[in-house]
Design a protein around this ligand. Structure first.
Ligand SMILES: Cc1cc2nc3c(=O)[nH]c(=O)nc-3n(C[C@H](O)[C@H](O)[C@H](O)COP(=O)(O)OP(=O)(O)OC[C@H]3O[C@@H](n4cnc5c(N)ncnc54)[C@H](O)[C@@H]3O)c2cc1C
Length: 309
């Protein structure tokens, strides 16, 4: 006999734990399956979450795990490798266990594919950054670099000028002619220096970024480099379930209603699984919304079944 849960939550980051908290408090037998690789793991601090600003991300999730345990929610460190649709969903774990669930929450987050510049991956989340809202205050007024990955990186170069007036925009693989007149006017107005030429590597001294090295050998003294990782949504399971996706400039995400319900009946999604811009506070809120909708959905399903008996 496979175990049966009301809800299996796939992913135990903020979105998944938030959904689990609401489901547990609503007295639903809930299992969270978490592979344990939250997106913000490289960062020492989590910023911008009211009342938890500056808390280490690992501590934030550890508190969340303690909270869901109070309500009897189970959590296993494993990876969901397959989900099959039937009267219930059959949820297959890499560790060999299969469980059944009446409803699913997909809270699988996304992966950041970093630019292939030597040193970038090692320093990501420290002084190689992607999000000024996450880290801008902590590095304010320092000499910033911005590594272009496409002409759209102009937006990042402009936004970060809110935090420092010393910004150099390294065009890297983007040709200057690819920037529009409007881009160039705005960069000039923001005081951003445009630096053509491929970036070959970083200069690191005493475990701190001190410069950006171009392929022509010149070095620019910089203590912060903003990059634009390519977001890779973790939608494999949803796609195999037949969920409809929609294309965005930041990848293809499931089509969802305001509660996070996907186009597959019984399957909700929350957090970075539904969009690139979902910060921790949004992920928490998305998990809550999905869980509340599931509570109503399960109840109405059971009441309708009782009426027909
Ligand atoms: C370097 C960095 C710093 C950041 N700093 C901030 C910040 O300061 N403030 C802020 O608001 N946001 C910040 N963010 C964004 C933040 O990481 C996301 O908003 C947040 O992680 C989204 O939560 P989530 O639950 O959707 O996904 P995640 O936190 O990524 O959690 C997803 C979980 O699902 C698991 N998973 C995936 N697939 C499976 C599967 N098949 N089976 C089981 N488990 C699975 C993963 O292992 C992971 O544990 C930062 C991001 C980065 C990259």
């Amino acid at each position: 006999m496979t175990e049966r849960y009301a809800v299996v939550v796939v992913g135990g980051g903020t979105a998944g734990l938030s959904a689990a908290l609401v489901l547990g408090r609503a007295r639903h037998r809930t299992l969270v399956v978490d592979a344990g690789e939250p997106r913000n793991a490289p960062a020492a601090h989590m910023q911008g979450y009211l009342s938890r600003d500056g808390m280490p991300p690992a501590e934030f999730l550890a508190v969340g795990r303690e909270e869901i345990a109070r309500y009897g929610v189970e959590l296993v460190r494993d990876r969901v490798v397959e989900v099959e649709r039937g009267e219930d969903f059959a949820v297959v774990l890499a560790g060999g266990r299969t469980v059944r669930a009446r409803r699913l929450v997909m809270a699988t987050g996304l992966k950041d594919e970093l630019p292939a510049v030597p040193g970038v991956a090692e320093r990501f989340g420290r002084d190689v950054l992607h999000c000024p809202f996450c880290h801008g205050w902590e590095v304010r007024d320092q000499p910033f670099g911005v590594l272009a990955s496409s002409p759209a990186s102009v937006h990042q170069a402009l936004i970060v000028s809110q935090w420092s007036k010393d910004v150099r925009f390294f065009l890297h693989t983007v040709a200057e002619e690819e920037l529009s007149d409007e881009d160039l006017r705005r960069l000039a107005a923001a005081g951003v220096d445009v630096v053509p030429g491929e970036v070959a590597g970083l200069v690191v001294e005493d475990d701190r970024l001190t410069g950006v090295r171009l392929a022509d050998g010149t070095t620019h003294a910089r203590s912060v480099l903003f990059v634009g990782p390519r977001p890779v949504p973790q939608t494999g399971l949803l796609e195999r379930l037949g969920a409809e996706l929609h294309e965005t400039p930041f990848g293809a995400y499931p089509v969802v209603d305001p509660t996070g319900l996907t186009t597959v009946p019984g399957v909700w999604a929350a957090g970075n699984a539904i969009g690139f811009a979902e910060q921790v506070v949004h992920a928490a809120s998305g998990g809550y919304r999905a869980a509340a909708a599931i509570v109503g959905d399960l109840l109405m399903t059971d009441l309708d079944a009782a009426v027909q008996e």
